[in-house]
Design a binder for this molecule. Sequence first.
Ligand code: PLP
Length: 423
Amino acid sequence: MTQVKHNQPAILGGVPAVTADHAPANRWPLLTQEDERAVLEVMRDGNISTHPVIRKLEKDYAEFTGRKYALAHNNGTAGLFAAFYALGLKPGDEVLVPSATFWASVVPLLWLGAVPVFCESEAERMGIDPEDVRKKITARTRAIVVVHLWGLPGKMTELLQIAKEHGLKIIEDASHAHGASWRGRPCGSLGDISVFSLQGDKLSPGGEGGVFLCDEYDYFEKAACLGDITRIIELETPARRFAATSFGIKTRIAPVSAAIARSQLRRLWENNQRRNDNLEYLSHALKKLGFHTFLAPPHIERVYFEYLIRYNPERCILPRDVLIEALRREGCQVAVPRYPLLHQQPLFTEGAWKEIARPDPESPVPEYDPNALPKTRATNETLIKLPSFPNAGRGILDQYIHAFEKVIAGAEDILQHHAPQNV
Ligand SMILES: Cc1ncc(COP(=O)(O)O)c(C=O)c1O
């Protein structure tokens, strides 16, 4: 009888499977005395605005990714804006972008008058879909934004090939992918320009911050002129003449953030290893229950900014809402993905984007259809977000596995008692 209760889903009156405390398991960022010392060093020095720690952070990132130039920014959004600007995007230029990403991968390009063209994301790795990218290239297409969503590098072989064939530039948004690599090449080295966010949730956080990376001096110089007044003064090229005005934006990182970011980068590998061990363990167990867990293929080393799985409606008869509710009753912290699809957002569907991009009234402009991208919408509807367990031990993971096992085994009973409208 006790056994029956033990295996009975909590939503049907059983005992919840997860009793462990989530707070220590999910604690992030893990700030240590080393981080404190790094911050104190800046504070004691007293130069809290242009401290050389900024240059050191840039050097660290250039080495980490093998790039020639790095420019630290006050956040990843500013780094992405600088990337779009440095490419020389002009009004009416089209940029192929995923809809399944955080808005900062896309929205800054509107300020240059460029036009985002949303593409499908493929279901296997959730990156921008090369097949759809090919279909959406026009004479106005200039670039592709590639995001390694949740830390899983996308279909780079095909995307690099398409870019080469059509003379397109790749902006790599590596904000989720510190430490990931594709065919031995680190994320952050794969685009013409690459950007990391150092925001506090990220795998190598600085509080607020971003890093812009490239190998072409011209891109670096443009980004420096746009946002880093200290750098413009240091330039040895004619662009130095802009030192007295800049190009109107100031995006330098704060030294305290740079200090934390440097110190965190030194611990990236050990921190990533813990997440990877935990989430690979969980993934192997959930895979047996029929979930697609986004384990990386052999040529990819993925990392886990966040942990999402996809359920297979053919293996799991519960609608997603019911599945999530049943897992929550077990004590699991599960949810739908954090980012809504961008092409369905009012900024695009209501046309408000035109207030920023100011498209030429004589030229055709896209109408953004919330019903577009059927593949991406279908995939998105089967995703479930779990904690990324940055600091967890096996205990809580085993409880999660037990929770999933109970819910899957009890799916028919759950469905009978909890039709979607009752949830
Ligand atoms: C994919 C992606 N790109 C860019 C950004 C923007 O970074 P930031 O918050 O540092 O501006 C984020 C931040 O969450 C992100 O998730």
